[in-house]
Design a protein around this ligand. Structure first.
Ligand code: URA
Length: 237
Protein backbone atom coordinates (compact mmCIF):
# COMPACT_ATOMS: atom_id res chain seq x y z
CA UNK A 1 0.00 0.00 0.00
CA UNK A 2 1.21 3.54 -0.74
CA UNK A 3 2.42 5.61 2.20
CA UNK A 4 -0.05 8.45 1.53
CA UNK A 5 -2.99 6.04 1.49
CA UNK A 6 -1.75 4.31 4.64
CA UNK A 7 -1.57 7.63 6.50
CA UNK A 8 -4.93 8.82 5.17
CA UNK A 9 -6.49 5.55 6.37
CA UNK A 10 -4.87 6.05 9.77
CA UNK A 11 -6.95 9.23 9.95
CA UNK A 12 -4.07 11.70 9.56
CA UNK A 13 -5.93 13.72 6.94
CA UNK A 14 -7.04 13.73 3.33
CA UNK A 15 -4.72 12.29 0.68
CA UNK A 16 -3.64 15.86 -0.26
CA UNK A 17 -3.05 16.94 3.35
CA UNK A 18 -1.07 13.77 3.95
CA UNK A 19 1.09 14.38 0.85
CA UNK A 20 2.05 17.80 2.22
CA UNK A 21 2.95 16.32 5.60
CA UNK A 22 5.11 13.69 3.89
CA UNK A 23 6.85 16.36 1.76
CA UNK A 24 7.61 18.37 4.91
CA UNK A 25 9.85 15.53 6.13
CA UNK A 26 7.71 14.76 9.21
CA UNK A 27 7.22 11.10 8.30
CA UNK A 28 9.56 8.19 8.97
CA UNK A 29 9.24 4.72 7.49
CA UNK A 30 11.05 2.14 9.60
CA UNK A 31 13.03 4.95 11.23
CA UNK A 32 14.12 6.69 7.98
CA UNK A 33 12.65 10.02 6.88
CA UNK A 34 10.85 9.54 3.59
CA UNK A 35 9.44 12.27 1.39
CA UNK A 36 7.86 9.97 -1.20
CA UNK A 37 4.11 9.66 -1.01
CA UNK A 38 4.28 6.48 -3.08
CA UNK A 39 6.74 4.62 -0.82
CA UNK A 40 5.47 1.06 -0.29
CA UNK A 41 4.17 0.20 3.18
CA UNK A 42 3.22 -3.21 4.50
CA UNK A 43 0.75 -2.26 7.26
CA UNK A 44 1.31 -5.40 9.33
CA UNK A 45 5.11 -5.20 9.51
CA UNK A 46 6.34 -1.68 8.67
CA UNK A 47 6.59 1.05 11.27
CA UNK A 48 5.43 4.51 10.23
CA UNK A 49 5.71 7.54 12.51
CA UNK A 50 4.69 11.18 12.14
CA UNK A 51 6.81 13.59 14.19
CA UNK A 52 7.90 10.56 16.19
CA UNK A 53 4.35 9.32 16.89
CA UNK A 54 3.78 5.75 15.69
CA UNK A 55 0.74 5.43 13.42
CA UNK A 56 -1.55 2.49 14.07
CA UNK A 57 -3.25 1.17 10.96
CA UNK A 58 -6.68 -0.34 11.30
CA UNK A 59 -8.80 -1.57 8.50
CA UNK A 60 -12.04 -1.98 10.45
CA UNK A 61 -13.97 0.15 12.89
CA UNK A 62 -16.80 -1.01 15.14
CA UNK A 63 -19.03 1.67 16.64
CA UNK A 64 -22.01 1.73 19.00
CA UNK A 65 -24.64 4.41 18.45
CA UNK A 66 -27.47 5.17 20.84
CA UNK A 67 -29.81 6.15 18.03
CA UNK A 68 -32.22 8.99 18.71
CA UNK A 69 -35.57 9.39 16.95
CA UNK A 70 -35.64 11.54 13.82
CA UNK A 71 -32.71 9.84 12.05
CA UNK A 72 -32.94 7.18 9.38
CA UNK A 73 -30.60 4.17 9.25
CA UNK A 74 -29.26 4.90 5.77
CA UNK A 75 -25.98 6.23 4.49
CA UNK A 76 -27.53 8.94 2.34
CA UNK A 77 -30.86 10.67 2.03
CA UNK A 78 -32.15 13.80 0.35
CA UNK A 79 -33.60 15.69 3.29
CA UNK A 80 -34.02 13.46 6.33
CA UNK A 81 -30.99 13.32 8.64
CA UNK A 82 -29.24 9.95 8.58
CA UNK A 83 -27.41 8.26 11.44
CA UNK A 84 -24.15 9.11 9.64
CA UNK A 85 -24.85 12.79 10.36
CA UNK A 86 -24.10 11.85 14.01
CA UNK A 87 -20.67 10.40 13.16
CA UNK A 88 -17.69 12.24 14.70
CA UNK A 89 -15.21 13.40 12.03
CA UNK A 90 -12.44 11.16 13.38
CA UNK A 91 -14.33 8.06 12.14
CA UNK A 92 -15.42 9.39 8.73
CA UNK A 93 -12.47 8.08 6.73
CA UNK A 94 -13.39 4.50 7.73
CA UNK A 95 -16.69 4.96 5.84
CA UNK A 96 -18.83 3.00 8.31
CA UNK A 97 -22.42 2.06 7.56
CA UNK A 98 -25.31 0.98 9.80
CA UNK A 99 -25.74 -2.76 10.39
CA UNK A 100 -29.41 -3.22 9.60
CA UNK A 101 -32.18 -0.71 10.08
CA UNK A 102 -34.10 0.86 12.89
CA UNK A 103 -37.22 2.85 12.04
CA UNK A 104 -36.90 6.63 12.07
CA UNK A 105 -38.70 6.80 15.43
CA UNK A 106 -36.91 3.80 17.01
CA UNK A 107 -34.14 4.54 19.49
CA UNK A 108 -31.28 2.54 20.93
CA UNK A 109 -28.51 0.23 19.86
CA UNK A 110 -27.27 0.53 16.29
CA UNK A 111 -23.90 -0.80 15.20
CA UNK A 112 -21.92 1.08 12.58
CA UNK A 113 -18.98 -0.63 10.93
CA UNK A 114 -17.07 -0.93 7.67
CA UNK A 115 -16.64 -4.68 8.21
CA UNK A 116 -18.93 -6.06 5.52
CA UNK A 117 -18.40 -9.69 6.56
CA UNK A 118 -19.49 -9.05 10.12
CA UNK A 119 -22.49 -7.05 8.95
CA UNK A 120 -23.44 -9.87 6.62
CA UNK A 121 -23.16 -12.48 9.39
CA UNK A 122 -25.27 -10.39 11.78
CA UNK A 123 -27.96 -9.73 9.19
CA UNK A 124 -28.08 -13.07 7.40
CA UNK A 125 -31.58 -14.57 7.72
CA UNK A 126 -29.91 -17.97 8.17
CA UNK A 127 -28.06 -16.96 11.34
CA UNK A 128 -31.09 -15.99 13.47
CA UNK A 129 -29.13 -13.39 15.45
CA UNK A 130 -31.30 -12.32 18.42
CA UNK A 131 -32.28 -8.66 18.80
CA UNK A 132 -33.86 -7.39 22.00
CA UNK A 133 -36.29 -4.46 22.17
CA UNK A 134 -38.15 -2.63 24.90
CA UNK A 135 -41.55 -1.46 23.72
CA UNK A 136 -44.01 0.86 25.34
CA UNK A 137 -47.41 -0.45 24.29
CA UNK A 138 -50.97 0.78 24.40
CA UNK A 139 -52.42 -2.18 26.35
CA UNK A 140 -50.96 -4.69 28.82
CA UNK A 141 -49.40 -7.94 27.57
CA UNK A 142 -51.76 -10.91 27.85
CA UNK A 143 -50.62 -14.47 28.56
CA UNK A 144 -52.04 -15.50 25.20
CA UNK A 145 -49.77 -12.89 23.50
CA UNK A 146 -46.72 -14.48 25.15
CA UNK A 147 -47.85 -17.87 23.81
CA UNK A 148 -48.61 -16.46 20.35
CA UNK A 149 -45.20 -14.74 20.12
CA UNK A 150 -43.49 -17.97 21.22
CA UNK A 151 -45.18 -19.87 18.38
CA UNK A 152 -44.64 -17.11 15.79
CA UNK A 153 -47.13 -14.45 14.78
CA UNK A 154 -48.86 -14.11 11.41
CA UNK A 155 -48.26 -10.56 10.16
CA UNK A 156 -50.54 -8.40 7.99
CA UNK A 157 -48.95 -9.75 4.79
CA UNK A 158 -49.50 -13.39 5.80
CA UNK A 159 -45.87 -14.01 6.82
CA UNK A 160 -45.48 -16.10 9.97
CA UNK A 161 -42.57 -14.88 12.09
CA UNK A 162 -40.06 -17.14 13.79
CA UNK A 163 -40.75 -17.80 17.48
CA UNK A 164 -40.11 -14.69 19.57
CA UNK A 165 -39.85 -14.10 23.31
CA UNK A 166 -42.29 -11.67 24.88
CA UNK A 167 -42.27 -10.64 28.54
CA UNK A 168 -44.25 -7.96 30.28
CA UNK A 169 -42.12 -5.40 32.12
CA UNK A 170 -45.02 -3.47 33.61
CA UNK A 171 -48.66 -4.47 33.97
CA UNK A 172 -49.78 -1.01 35.02
CA UNK A 173 -49.70 2.11 32.84
CA UNK A 174 -47.41 2.95 31.15
CA UNK A 175 -47.24 -0.63 29.82
CA UNK A 176 -43.81 -1.91 28.82
CA UNK A 177 -42.67 -5.22 27.35
CA UNK A 178 -39.42 -6.83 26.28
CA UNK A 179 -39.35 -8.64 22.95
CA UNK A 180 -36.59 -10.78 21.47
CA UNK A 181 -36.81 -11.51 17.75
CA UNK A 182 -34.31 -13.38 15.62
CA UNK A 183 -35.05 -11.98 12.19
CA UNK A 184 -35.51 -8.49 10.83
CA UNK A 185 -38.67 -8.03 8.81
CA UNK A 186 -39.82 -4.49 8.02
CA UNK A 187 -41.41 -2.88 11.16
CA UNK A 188 -41.41 -6.36 12.65
CA UNK A 189 -41.96 -5.60 16.34
CA UNK A 190 -44.65 -3.02 15.62
CA UNK A 191 -46.45 -5.41 13.28
CA UNK A 192 -46.23 -8.31 15.75
CA UNK A 193 -47.98 -6.21 18.40
CA UNK A 194 -50.52 -5.05 15.82
CA UNK A 195 -51.27 -8.69 15.01
CA UNK A 196 -51.96 -9.16 18.74
CA UNK A 197 -54.41 -6.22 18.74
CA UNK A 198 -51.95 -3.94 20.53
CA UNK A 199 -49.91 -0.91 19.44
CA UNK A 200 -46.29 0.13 19.95
CA UNK A 201 -46.05 3.70 21.23
CA UNK A 202 -42.27 3.77 21.66
CA UNK A 203 -39.53 1.33 20.69
CA UNK A 204 -35.92 1.01 21.75
CA UNK A 205 -33.37 -1.68 20.83
CA UNK A 206 -31.35 -2.73 23.87
CA UNK A 207 -29.36 -5.67 22.54
CA UNK A 208 -27.96 -7.14 19.34
CA UNK A 209 -26.77 -10.70 19.69
CA UNK A 210 -25.07 -10.74 23.14
CA UNK A 211 -24.06 -7.07 23.03
CA UNK A 212 -26.11 -4.72 25.20
CA UNK A 213 -26.54 -0.99 24.67
CA UNK A 214 -24.35 0.99 27.06
CA UNK A 215 -27.04 2.86 29.00
CA UNK A 216 -24.46 5.52 29.87
CA UNK A 217 -24.03 6.36 26.19
CA UNK A 218 -26.19 9.43 25.63
CA UNK A 219 -28.80 9.52 22.87
CA UNK A 220 -27.16 10.54 19.61
CA UNK A 221 -23.66 9.65 20.83
CA UNK A 222 -21.26 7.20 19.20
CA UNK A 223 -18.28 5.39 20.64
CA UNK A 224 -16.01 2.51 19.63
CA UNK A 225 -16.80 -0.96 20.94
CA UNK A 226 -14.33 -2.41 23.42
CA UNK A 227 -12.70 -5.72 22.45
CA UNK A 228 -14.97 -7.51 24.94
CA UNK A 229 -18.06 -5.91 23.41
CA UNK A 230 -16.96 -6.86 19.91
CA UNK A 231 -16.64 -10.46 21.08
CA UNK A 232 -20.19 -10.35 22.46
CA UNK A 233 -21.43 -8.99 19.15
CA UNK A 234 -19.67 -11.74 17.18
CA UNK A 235 -20.37 -14.60 19.57
CA UNK A 236 -22.07 -17.65 18.10
CA UNK A 237 -23.72 -20.42 20.13
N1 URA B 1 -39.15 -3.54 14.67
C1 URA B 1 -39.81 -2.41 14.37
O1 URA B 1 -41.04 -2.40 14.26
N2 URA B 1 -39.09 -1.29 14.20
C2 URA B 1 -37.75 -1.23 14.36
O2 URA B 1 -37.15 -0.16 14.21
C3 URA B 1 -37.08 -2.42 14.67
C4 URA B 1 -37.80 -3.57 14.82
Amino acid sequence: MRLDRFLAECGLGTRNEVKKIIRSGAVTLNGQVTKSADAAVVPTTDSVAVLGREMIYREFIYLMLNKPGGYISATRDGKTPTVLDLLPDEYRHFEPFPVGRLDIDTEGLLILTNDGDLAHRLLSPKKHVPKTYIAQIEKPVKTEDVDAFSRGVVLDDGYKTLPAKLASLSDTEPYFAEVVISEGKFHQVKRMFEAAGNKVLYLKRTKMNYLALDEKLELGHIRELTDAELELLQKTN
